[in-house]
Design a protein around this ligand. Structure first.
Ligand code: NAD
Length: 327
């Protein structure tokens, strides 16, 4: 006899094996709704004690019609699909998985940086076009002794710092919310970072304070013609200004996993630049990170339904007025 019903509103991960095994452990019936927003989403979710969500929008009107729901777990970090205030008002816990791909994004940032510095993508394109010659990529400079500036140094920035330090690269960071004590690198002003860095890697969140943080004014302050790496969010860089800075030689290369417009227009000059390496917003991904994401998302639901406060609650203010019962 199933003790609970848990509904996955939508999921494009291919399989739901991890979710199934987590739900089996608490005797929950797991229902995966068909692809696309079904018309009877409310009906399907009305009997559920737990909901797992990917893209479907869970509005206040929708949440008000789910009398049994105790928890909504979102795959991933962002919870912009869920009306958080409504969930809190209704006593529904919203949980996420904020750290399932830290290693992947840090590795990807290094992969982009190395591809630009060592020109591996450039050579690969030329060899496949029939040319075997290292000279077109000259000069290539030595990494040891260079300075890497991190804009934002939370979980991912910290891992990038750890990795790049082993290349003999000095790390400095601009992060207005960190305290210097116990950091393995120097915290500096944004102006100093722009002036001193040979590489600049962006790891702050996108918000109104960081949108176009790296724009014309910032590029003008970059004294060392740095390489820019962005695995965070596209709009943190003003893309037109970046293109102009690349064309003017103010910036000597870029490795971008994220763009202002994804995918880019086919006319984007970035697609033609030999010193720019692009990837299709894949930094989060490895087979292991997705498996971990799925398991931990389902576990957030299992924990609430078995009376435990889950690992990462987004609407912490719901505590004390939840529908769930905690030991
Ligand atoms: P985090 O919250 O651990 O760290 C973000 C850091 O940015 C914090 O230390 C914060 O103090 C700092 N910060 C905030 N505002 C700032 C500002 N105005 N200037 C400088 N620093 C500022 O987040 P994280 O886990 O390290 O993730 C960083 C970003 O990576 C996320 O916001 C997300 O956009 C991006 N991300 C991308 C992918 C991908 O697939 N490419 C995957 C996961 C995360």
């Amino acid at each position: 006899m199933d003790k609970f019903t848990v509904v996955i509103t939508d999921c494009d991960h291919g399989s739901i094996e991890e979710e199934k095994s987590e739900m089996a452990a608490i005797n929950a019936r797991l229902v995966l709704l068909p692809a696309g927003m079904p018309n009877d989403l409310v009906e399907s979710c009305a009997r559920a004690e737990g909901i797992i969500n990917q893209y479907a929008l869970l509005t206040r009107e929708f949440l008000e019609r789910l009398p049994r729901c105790q928890v909504i777990a979102r795959y991933g970090v962002g919870v912009d699909t869920i009306d958080l205030q409504a969930a809190t008002d209704l006593g529904i816990i919203v949980a996420n998985v904020p750290d399932y791909c830290i290693d992947e994004v840090a590795d990807h940032s290094l992969a982009l940086l190395l591809a630009v510095v060592r020109k591996t993508a450039f050579y690969d394109r030329r060899i496949k076009a029939g040319e075997w010659d290292f000279r077109p990529g000259m000069p290539i400079f030595r990494m040891r002794g260079k300075t890497m500036g991190l804009i934002g140094s939370g979980k991912i920035g910290m891992e990038v710092a750890r990795r790049i330090a082993s290349f003999g690269v000095r790390v400095i960071a601009y992060d207005p919310y960190l305290k210097p004590a116990e950091l393995p690198f120097e915290l500096v002003s944004l102006d100093y970072l722009l002036r001193e860095s040979d590489f600049i890697s962006i790891h702050c969140p996108l918000n109104e304070g960081t949108r176009h943080l790296v724009g014309t004014e910032a590029f003008e302050k970059m004294a060392k013609k740095p390489i820019i790496i962005n695995t965070s969010r596209g709009p943190i860089i003003a893309e037109k200004a970046l293109i102009a800075a690349l064309q003017a030689g103010q910036v000597s290369g870029a490795g971008l996993d994220v763009l202002e417009k994804e995918p880019p227009d086919s006319a984007s000059p970035l697609l033609k630049m030999g010193n720019v390496v692009l990837s299709p917003h894949v930094g989060f991904y490895s087979a292991a990170s997705i498996s971990e994401l799925k398991r931990r998302t389902a576990r957030n639901v299992a924990e609430v339904l078995t009376g435990k406060w889950p690992a990462a609650v987004v609407n912490k203010e719901v505590r004390g007025k939840t529908r769930a019962h905690f030991a």
